[in-house]
Design a protein around this ligand. Structure first.
Ligand SMILES: Cc1cc2nc3c(=O)[nH]c(=O)nc-3n(C[C@H](O)[C@H](O)[C@H](O)COP(=O)(O)OP(=O)(O)OC[C@H]3O[C@@H](n4cnc5c(N)ncnc54)[C@H](O)[C@@H]3O)c2cc1C
Length: 388
């Protein structure tokens, strides 16, 4: 067991830190205020190769795996959670293709994502199907060598700028639940595909969410990812494999909040000394630092499991533990740091209110905390934890 990063992973940290310092941190508050997608972040990620950090070298990426992406996301999320999401989307929208796509799909979509020529979005949730992913109603009806997709997807991150959409749809609605479910990749300019209105949300405003509407969208059979009716497993593995990256957004946000507080607390004086010297606050900060370190280790460990090719049931609970812990720590860290700043923490002129609003997204997306606990609890009951 070795807790040190290798030189390639350390280089990712250094690069992401530089982009954060030069491009992201100076703009984070403005991005939050305007709610506009930060094209400058994207271009910085493109120029530095960070978009392709997790994409295998044979498809034009750096081949540094989930851990590489986790490290980059952690760094950028210290300053801006939206920046972390932009990087995360490079994985969320390509993982199904990496897991089960054809060589042609991999070349086009993984290659395009690595260079920044293409941006993807992941379309699973629907108005009546969030946690209950088996309840989706979007249908893909086979007609000869084509499928016709009809349905509505909700709260799709990055849909406004996406060039392609990975879409879960029922291909056999006679059978209930997970069976009869397939995955497709659909290009944005396909007739019948519309990106709906931008939703108003409380945080992570740099990456707007939209509805995506499919009205008799025709795609060739070659747009299907994996087997017909084999999509549920692909979607679950996709979600599992991305959980360490969501966790990294939480770890980064929590670290960013604590770092900001520390800087403030060294300046702000009460009762004749900097507030960082008050033991009551040091204890709160010590709890946070310890929780963050625990979440960070869970996250790195989860990323390493994914990099060993493990994304199934045998490790799902470890991936869920990372996501659950790190995102709950992010909420606690942002909330406690706001408290430890007093009125200034509550003012929108300072970043802590943004950290609080952004953190709240993390315990909901890609499986709520309750869903993560269901997965962990099930594994516990089934005796799947290695130390049992
Ligand atoms: C900002 C944002 C961005 C998003 N981006 C995307 C995206 O890019 N692509 C995409 O497909 N989706 C996206 N989503 C949707 C997200 O994945 C869902 O919101 C999430 O899965 C929860 O589903 P829901 O909102 O329908 O809540 P519901 O499923 O209705 O859950 C409501 C409450 O019930 C709890 N609950 C539900 N079932 C159980 C259970 N079995 N046991 C215990 N508690 C339960 C939940 O934890 C929650 O507290 C996004 C959401 C947000 C807020």
């Amino acid at each position: 067991m070795d807790f040190r990063l290798n030189s390639e992973h350390q280089a990712v940290v250094d690069l992401a830190r530089q982009v954060t310092r030069e491009v992201i941190a100076p703009r984070a508050d403005e991005v939050d205020r305007t709610g506009e997608y930060p094209e400058d972040y994207f271009q910085a990620f493109r120029e530095t190769g960070l978009l392709g950090v997790a994409i295998p070298e044979e498809y034009g990426g750096a081949g540094l795996g989930c851990l590489g992406l986790v490290l980059a996301v952690e760094e950028v999320a210290k300053a801006c959670c939206s920046a972390g999401l932009i990087l995360l989307l490079t994985r969320l929208s390509t993982m199904a293709i990496l897991l089960a796509g054809t060589e042609e799909q991999k070349k086009k979509y993984l290659g395009g994502t690595a260079t920044g020529e293409l941006r993807g979005a992941f379309c699973l949730s629907e108005p009546d199907a969030g946690s209950d992913t088996q309840a989706i109603r979007t249908r893909a009806v086979r007609k000869g060598d084509r499928y016709v997709i009809t349905g509505t997807k909700s709260w799709i991150s990055g849909a406004g700028v996406a060039d392609f959409f990975v879409v879960a749809a029922k291909t056999d609605w006679e059978v209930p639940g997970a069976r009869g479910y397939s995955v497709f990749v659909v290009d944005r300019d396909t007739p019948g595909l519309t990106v709906g209105k931008k939703e108003q949300k409380m945080g992570v405003r740099g990456v707007p969410v939209h509805q995506v509407i499919f009205e008799e969208v025709e795609v060739p059979v070659s747009a299907r990812i994996g087997e017909e009716n084999g999509g549920f497993k692909i979607i679950m593995q996709n979600l599992n494999a991305v959980r360490p990256v969501v966790a990294a957004r939480g770890v980064g946000l929590a670290e960013g909040a604590l770092m900001y507080w520390l800087q403030y607390a060294r300046q702000r004086q009460t009762f004749g000394k900097p507030i960082v010297e008050h033991q009551g606050l040091q204890w709160m900060a010590a709890d946070l630092a310890t929780e963050i370190e625990a979440a960070r280790l869970l996250t790195y460990r989860a990323a390493l499991l994914v990099d060993e090719g493990k994304t199934g049931k045998e490790v799902a609970h470890y991936l869920s533990m990372a996501k659950y812990k790190a995102t709950e720590v992010a909420v606690k860290a942002a909330n406690d740091c706001l408290q430890m700043m007093g009125a200034v923490g509550y003012m929108e002129d300072y970043p802590m209110a943004r950290f609080v609003r952004d953190a709240r997204q993390l315990t909901i997306v890609e499986g709520t905390s309750q869903i993560q606990k269901n997965i962990i609890g099930r594994a516990l009951a089934d005796g799947l934890l290695t130390w049992l």
